[in-house]
Design a protein around this ligand. Structure first.
Ligand SMILES: [Zn+2]
Length: 112
């Protein structure tokens, strides 16, 4: 967040939303031996993409295409910024995953 505070120039106003997307040359400090975090939305219009993790996990044999993986995660983080799941936009049905709050319970959903 200190990098954002020092560099962000655009913020929401009455007619426009401004989004801060930061591609970090690194990985999440919350990564473990069994799980990694590809991206994180925070504040109301900010997200970070942990680019080092994408480079480890994509574009090699038996790994997903990097552009497709990045596009999927960026779209997921935009979903959080827009209030999904139960993150500002009220649930229209009971589909939040109790084990993974703010995410959809259905595996085929972008917000899973
Ligand atoms: Zn998420």
């Amino acid at each position: 967040m200190s990098i954002e505070d020092a560099n962000r120039t655009k913020y929401n106003n009455a007619d426009e939303i401004a989004v801060w997307a930061f591609f970090a040359d690194g990985k999440s400090s919350k990564d473990t031996d069994t799980s990694v975090i590809l991206g994180t939305a925070y504040r109301n219009t900010s997200f970070v993409i942990n680019e080092q993790t994408f480079q480890v996990l994509s574009d090699s044999l038996f790994e997903p295409n990097r552009s497709l993986l990045e596009t999927t995660v960026i779209t997921h983080e935009f979903g959080h910024i827009l209030g999904l799941t139960n993150l500002g936009a009220a649930l229209q049905s009971n589909h939040e995953d109790a084990e993974h709050p703010k995410h959809y319970i259905e595996k085929t959903c972008l917000m899973y």
